[in-house]
Design a protein around this ligand. Structure first.
Ligand code: URA
Length: 181
């Protein structure tokens, strides 16, 4: 099924003509929300800057916060294996999160943190210009759709947004706990 979503103004994707590394540099010392207080480092994103497929997770966990790279813990290993199973290597896609700093004890991101960090994800998307964005789990899906809708309901459906196709998927951490997912 292909859903057309018209309620997202393309103006929200406008950004200065920054490169990806300039954007990353501008966020290195970000203190726009209180997650800056507990982080080791900002986890900006990794992969191919010219990727046509991008994956967007929730927030860095313990290992991501230490290494500065998204999806390097247990969920990341599963994601990497699943990507390889469909013929994709991490070097040909781009991976980022909706939240760039680790929440304390891996708690869920709070709405104000999503609102604060989302513009930076939109700038990443604007620079990379993927044709397909796979959102992993509820937080990135709801943020990109601007809609509170459960991942259980919409995973595996394609949404036509003004600048890319959105393909919501279960978060790999959910599959770690529920193998049937
Ligand atoms: N889970 C996420 O959503 N993102 C990461 O980077 C790691 C685990």
């Amino acid at each position: 099924d292909l859903y057309h979503i018209d309620n997202i103004g393309s103006s929200q994707y406008d950004s200065e003509s920054m490169t990806l590394s300039e954007l990353a540099d501008s966020l290195r010392n970000c203190t726009k929300c209180c997650l800056s207080e507990g982080r080791t480092q900002v986890v900006f994103g990794s992969g191919n800057q010219h990727a046509s497929v991008m994956f967007v997770g929730e927030a860095p966990g313990f290992h991501e916060d230490k290494q500065g790279i998204p999806f390097v813990g247990a969920a990341g290993k599963l994601l990497t294996d699943l990507l390889e199973a469909v013929g994709l290597s991490r070097s040909e896609i781009y991976i980022a999160n909706i939240i760039k700093c680790r929440p304390p004890n891996n708690r869920n991101p709070q709405p104000n943190e999503v609102d604060t960090c989302k513009p930076f994800l939109l700038q990443q998307i604007q620079i990379i210009q993927p044709s397909l964005v796979c959102s992993l789990g509820n937080f990135s899906t709801q943020a990109l759709l601007d809609k509170k809708i459960g991942i259980t309901k919409i995973h595996g459906q394609v949404f036509q947004l003004p600048q890319f196709l959105l393909f919501p998927l279960y978060h790999p951490a959910a599959a770690l706990h529920q193998a049937n997912l």
